[in-house]
Design a protein around this ligand. Structure first.
Ligand code: GDP
Length: 610
């Protein structure tokens, strides 16, 4: 059926694999000279319709000696364009296999409204799952009851003739995981806050995520049926995080609901429509589909099966798809009711079979008319990915700061601050923000108290931020995650040293002679009080190695409570030089007896780097 359909249903392609883009170098478009790379005086003269001699004369006046064959750089091209009354724009040529970077320029007349894509976030137990269920089961039409399959991971809901797409996985893990892979699928975040509990740590995390993704928030104040419900308190607490409710003069809509008693669910849905209409979400259904994988798995009977969110264009059964680094044919598409669809329009989630491999959530996909195109692009993407993995680059690092500061444009550097108290987190934040200059905008996306956690690393990776720990440390798992995600974690215990380091980095004078390297961690599991000696910690080395000569610090819940050295390190009855992971040991900290079960002893060394 593929061929016939193709004739009846013309769609624009998203990337062209046929034209060698390098050959189409220049174009004058409404007074704007669009070019892609270095061009000669002769070429520029032809494109702008200005005699070459005029260009040569003008450049001569600028003390630039050129001939008709001289290849001009961006600066000179710009100068010439302005002189002869053209604006100019340099276009990046994006190879078809980098389809994530392809800029889709839809003809405005082809754009049609599309449903908003909504993610529900909030603190644990505030009612996200209950709300998702309540929405899923609200306004069900006969035949749909009990029919929504959970496995698809997203579903659409209709209210007053408008559709809304909900991403099923609540919480910010899925949201962050997508963003750290460069995918943004959410148009609106519904932040669930329990009216009897108020703003809690994960509420704040969700706010951070939504803000750093630039996604508008609708607050669903939940559990208003409960006796202790206090919506005004919730609004007041939210205000401390720059979420200002409409009735407090802000622009955030708060909707009071009870997910459990199904109170005002329609009101929430109507608000979502209202906010989405303000955003004027649009897409062009008349192009081949592109979008993101929401979920994927290997189905025993059907093979690789993926839920795709169509973000632009239309996917038709029989289209060839490149997903991540593999390709296939959309053999069968089904919606959340397991109903077979022939076409899926923008913002529709569909479950698709026919792919060669199981993609990953967050992978982007694109549809093609020809199998040969899809195959070639998938192959190139695979090669590219392998090459990239060999030299994965970091999300953001202090080294980059200098380059940013000197790049000319105003640059934003994202920073996450974790400190031993809210007060010091605020103090560090304020001091850092004072460093803002006309070139660098320091943007603190999170400043809270507590240990550095995997959630910080994920947020850092997603928003290309540097993590600063002030008197707090990451545990071994978080450190490993940071290494994997190439997130830079900097640790300090003196504010001015931290500030100085950033200032130096901005000036390009980063001193890197010595950096700290953690050698290992041990967990204190038992205390032995020995008179005249002190309290000996019975430990298990959980990671790396603990050495009797290394400097150590004592961490309690990720916060540094003591720094110093060991007075002794024992295995059984013997004094030893070091103890490796997986072994028990007894240790005594020099000058510190106030150890507790569960404390972590961290050993480190200062190592030279070039
Ligand atoms: P999640 O962790 O955010 O997904 O929270 P759940 O949806 O699992 O809800 C946590 C608990 O709160 C459950 O026992 C729900 O029954 C209860 N709950 C959720 N919404 C409401 C509500 O509107 N009113 C009341 N009274 N309880 C609710």
């Amino acid at each position: 059926m593929g061929k016939n359909n193709k004739q009846r249903f013309e769609r624009e392609t998203n990337v062209s694999t046929k034209i060698n883009a390098d050959k189409v170098k220049t174009k004058v478009n409404g007074g704007v000279f669009v070019y892609t790379g270095a061009i000669s005086v002769n070429e520029l003269s032809n494109s702008l319709n200005v005699p070459a001699s005029e260009i040569i004369k003008f450049l001569f006046m600028q003390k630039k000696m050129v001939t008709i064959n001289t290849v001009l750089d961006d600066e000179l091209i710009g100068l010439v364009c302005l002189q002869f009354g053209y604006d100019f724009q340099k276009k990046h040529i994006v190879a078809a296999e980098n389809f994530e970077e392809v800029e889709i320029n839809d003809d405005p007349s082809k754009l049609k409204g599309r449903p908003p894509v909504v993610t529900i976030m909030g603190h644990v137990d505030h009612g996200k799952t209950t709300l998702i269920d309540a929405i899923r089961n609200s306004n069900l039409v006969a035949g749909e009851v009990g029919g929504i399959s959970q496995e698809i991971g997203a579903y659409q809901k209709e209210i007053n003739g408008h559709k809304i797409t909900f991403i099923d996985t609540p919480g910010h893990e899925a949201f962050t995981a997508m963003r750290s892979r460069g995918a943004s699928v959410t148009d609106i975040v519904v932040l669930v806050v329990a009216a009897d509990d108020g703003v809690m740590p994960q509420t704040i995390e969700a706010i951070d995520h939504a803000k750093s993704a630039g996604v508008p928030i609708i607050v669903a104040i939940n559990k208003i049926d409960k006796p202790g419900a206090d919506p005004e308190r919730v609004k007041n607490e939210l205000m401390q995080h720059d979420i200002v409710a409409e009735d407090y003069g802000g622009d955030v809509i708060c909707v009071e609901i009870s997910a459990k008693k199904k109170v005002n669910i329609d009101g929430l849905l109507e608000t979502i429509i209202l906010v989405s209409e303000m955003k004027e979400l649009k897409a062009n259904p008349d192009r081949y589909a592109l979008g993101t994988v929401l979920e994927a798995k290997l189905d025993r009977n059907e093979g690789p099966k993926a839920t795709l969110l169509i973000q632009n264009g239309t996917l038709k059964e029989g289209d060839y798809l490149v997903v991540g680094t593999s390709y296939g044919k959309a053999r069968r598409m089904t919606n959340e009711f397991k109903k077979v669809l022939n076409v899926a329009t923008p913002s529709t989630p569909v479950s698709v079979i026919g792919l060669a491999e199981v993609p990953e959530a967050g992978d982007r996909f694109m549809a093609f008319a020809e199998e040969s195109e899809a195959r070639a692009i998938a192959l190139k993407r695979k090669q590219l990915k392998e090459a990239k993995e060999k030299n994965k680059t970091s999300a953001a690092s202090l080294d980059d700061l200098y380059k940013l500061a000197n790049s000319g444009d105003v640059q934003t550097i994202n920073i996450i601050i974790k400190a031993d108290s809210t007060g010091s987190a605020e103090a560090v934040k304020t001091s850092l923000e004072k460093l803002n200059s006309d070139k660098i905008n320091i943007n603190v996306i999170r400043a809270t108290s507590g240990a550095i956690t995997e959630s910080d690393v994920l947020l850092a990776s997603a928003s290309k931020a540097i993590v600063y720990g002030f008197n707090v440390r990451p545990d071994a798992r978080t450190r490993a995650k940071a290494e994997e995600e190439k997130v830079e974690i900097r640790l300090h215990n003196i504010i001015y040293a931290l500030i100085e380091e950033i200032q130096d980095a901005m000036k390009g004078m980063l001193k890197k002679e010595k950096v700290e390297k953690v050698t290992g961690q041990a967990e204190i599991r038992k205390l032995f009080k020995v008179s005249k000696v002190g309290t000996i910690g019975g430990c298990m080395v959980t990671d790396g190695v603990i050495k009797n000569q290394s400097p150590i610090r004592l961490l309690r819940e990720g916060v540094v409570v003591f720094e110093g050295k060991l007075a002794s390190l024992q295995r059984e009855k013997d004094q030893v030089k070091e103890v490796k992971a997986g072994f028990e040991c007894g240790l005594l900290i020099d000058g510190f007896n106030d150890i507790k079960e569960g404390d972590i002893v961290e050993g480190y060394e200062m190592v030279e780097v070039d």
